[in-house]
Design a protein around this ligand. Structure first.
Ligand code: UDP
Length: 244
């Protein structure tokens, strides 16, 4: 759209991390026009980055950081800032629809071999004209060959599902190989697109408690949330009360 050239980033800070305040549609428009790395940030990622300065710098150098979950939205609310959530899986789908409409090429990297096969098959049946130029599962020990293959295929959009922070490191390396691509880390989204994992019912999505559904259906995930989420929230409350 013609007005996008005037659109600029506006970020709000949470514990030293800038989070973009774009609406969903504007976020898609902005990143398609400006390309680069999109981070779908959540409290576990912030806690992980606090212990790993390389990860922190990847987040802070990303071209866009969207508030993926309710944890970030709530944390920002405590700090007096209102932002709308942008669930990564929906953002990823919107990018695929945009790629389809603009006739841009797409690559998928991540998940188990049978998962990526099924995910790509389902996406193709939904978007038959989507130009998929590359796909690779996410279980590799050395990324050199994949980087080379991606360099040859030159996709406009790269969707990566390796879990965090692996996917963010992968994309950060890929940036120098594909400087003009839109690249996003999507966690477990391929499992959902493949039909292997059920997405939370609409009511959970609406209330922003998809994480609760995922934790109930995969109880092993509880280890990720506890103690990370309470620690994150305590830090936010401390920042609100006495500053960082
Ligand atoms: N995965 C992968 N390679 C790995 C580890 C994980 O491709 O070495 C995939 C895994 O199969 C799953 C996704 O990465 O499809 C991670 O999903 P998870 O639910 O852990 O991610 P989250 O959404 O919690 O970040």
């Amino acid at each position: 759209m013609w007005y996008n050239i005037y659109m600029d980033r506006n970020t709000v800070d949470i514990l030293g991390y800038g989070v973009d305040t774009f609406s969903f549609e504007d976020a898609v428009d902005y990143i398609v026009d400006n390309h680069g790395q999109v981070i779908t940030i959540n409290p576990e990622m912030i806690e992980c980055a606090n212990k790993d300065c390389r990860f922190k710098s990847i987040i802070n150098c990303a071209e866009m950081v969207v508030p993926d979950g309710i944890g970030i939205q709530l944390g920002l609310k405590i700090l007096g800032k209102n932002v709308k959530r942008i669930p990564g899986i929906d953002f990823g789908k919107a990018l695929l629809i945009r790629a389809n409409n603009l006739n841009k090429s797409v690559a998928f990297v991540g998940a188990k071999p049978e998962v990526i096969e099924n995910a790509v098959r389902n996406i193709k049946s939904e978007l038959p004209n989507l130009n998929i130029v590359y796909q690779h599962d996410g279980y590799f020990s050395d990324s050199t060959d994949i980087m080379k293959e991606l360099q040859e295929k030159r996709p406009d959009f790269v969707l990566v599902a390796l879990g965090s922070p692996k996917q963010e490191f992968f994309i950060s390396e890929l940036k120098s190989v594909l400087p003009d691509a839109v690249m996003i880390g999507l966690g477990g989204s391929f499992d959902v697109w493949a039909g292997m994992v059920k997405r939370a019912p609409k009511l959970f999505q609406k209330l922003g408690i998809e994480w609760l559904y995922r934790t109930i259906s995969q109880p092993e995930r509880i280890k990720r949330i506890i103690p990370t989420l309470p620690i994150f929230m305590l830090k936010v409350v401390k920042e609100r009360m006495i500053g960082r």
